[in-house]
Design a protein around this ligand. Structure first.
Ligand SMILES: C[C@@](CO)(OP(=O)(O)O)[C@H](O)COP(=O)(O)OP(=O)(O)OC[C@H]1O[C@@H](n2ccc(N)nc2=O)[C@H](O)[C@@H]1O
Ligand SMILES: Nc1ncnc2c1ncn2[C@@H]1O[C@H](COP(=O)(O)OP(=O)(O)O)[C@@H](O)[C@H]1O
Length: 282
């Protein structure tokens, strides 16, 4: 049996440059993984099938699961007639802007590479991942990276400065597609990505906080005022800055003090079920 960890990601920046002919949006975003994980267990089966097991509601147990799609891709590409059972122990909230499904798919790609001795490079795994979803390539690498194209072109970056990250997910569902559809030209090209890259390279925490920016945030907040309210609460309880991750609805706040992270956690816990204190993974 192979066991893989699938970490969540947050977007430190997310800019949209323009809408493309193929319907996707050209993006420029800095993502980093945090220590909130799903666990993936992969067991080989003699029968030519893919079984998905997850005890969590809202997680599909068939071809709609991104982990299933990852296994199918590997099997098809290498004509593998053995099967797999994939058990997903979910910690990452679903449809949250934290790339839980994409990270599960990336973990399956890494796991099957090992199980079936395929000797695929990270680049090859990322290329296969990009065919499953825009965020999967990043999840293959993890760490901190600049993602461009529709999100699948990855350039690794150094670790951001040490800090605590408090995540809070309002209990609403967001469709990534709908948020991208509501985006207008006014929202686009509004992020100083280069300054954030420099702040990360300099490990300069105040500038990292100052440069947190996501053009999808205003769109999601317009349709879901709960997200705006939660951001206000997190700022009020002492985070140095707060931003929505991806298309939302999860927001995250940064602080360098553990005691302050605990204070933020405690003050949000009363009205939000999904609150986590985590660290960036690098
Ligand atoms: C917004 C982001 C930011 O990291 O993440 P999440 O909020 O999903 O975590 C990503 O761009 C989401 O990536 P992912 O969720 O993998 O997207 P996909 O499955 O490829 O696409 C879902 C839908 O989003 C829209 N989409 C996605 C990526 C992109 N660059 N342009 C788009 O317009 C398309 O309408 C697409 O049909
Ligand atoms: N392994 C998986 N884990 C969670 N959701 C999944 C998975 N595979 C497919 N999905 C579907 O993808 C949707 C988005 O899930 P997720 O990846 O958690 O969110 P996001 O794209 O916002 O980061 C869910 O609504 C769910 O139906």
């Amino acid at each position: 049996m192979i066991v893989e960890k699938a970490p969540a990601k947050i977007n430190l920046t997310l800019d949209v440059l323009h809408k493309r002919e193929d319907g996707y949006h050209e993006v420029e975003m800095i993502m980093t993984t945090v220590d909130l994980f799903d666990q993936i267990q992969i067991t080989e089966l003699e029968e030519n099938t893919i079984l998905i097991q997850s005890e969590k509601r809202f997680v599909p147990d068939d071809y709609r699961n991104l982990a299933y799609q990852a296994a199918e891709k590997v099997k098809d590409k290498f004509n593998i007639t053995k099967g797999v059972q994939i058990s997903i122990y979910k910690q990452i909230p679903v449809a949250a802007g934290l790339a839980g499904g994409s990270s599960d798919a990336a973990a399956v790609l890494r796991g099957l590479n090992q199980l079936w001795d395929l000797h695929l490079s990270q680049e090859q795994l990322a290329e296969m991942g990009a065919e499953i979803g825009s965020d999967v390539a990043f999840c293959v690498y993890g760490g901190t990276a600049l993602a461009t194209g529709r999100g699948e072109k990855i350039k690794p970056l150094p670790s951001p400065p040490n800090c605590w990250v408090v995540l809070a997910k309002p209990s609403i569902g967001i469709s990534t597609r709908t948020i991208y559809e509501k985006l207008t030209a006014d929202h686009m090209n509004n992020v100083n990505t280069n300054d954030m890259i420099q702040a990360i390279k300099d490990r300069h925490y105040p500038t990292v906080c100052q440069r947190l920016a996501n053009v999808l945030e205003a769109v999601t907040m317009d349709t879901h005022p709960e997200v705006k309210w939660m951001k206000y609460q997190m700022l009020k309880s002492g985070a140095d800055n707060v931003l929505m991750s991806g298309s939302g609805p999860t927001i995250f706040g940064l602080t360098q003090k553990e005691s302050r992270a605990e204070r933020i956690y405690n003050s949000l816990r009363g009205f939000c079920e999904d609150v986590y204190v985590v660290r960036m993974l690098g």
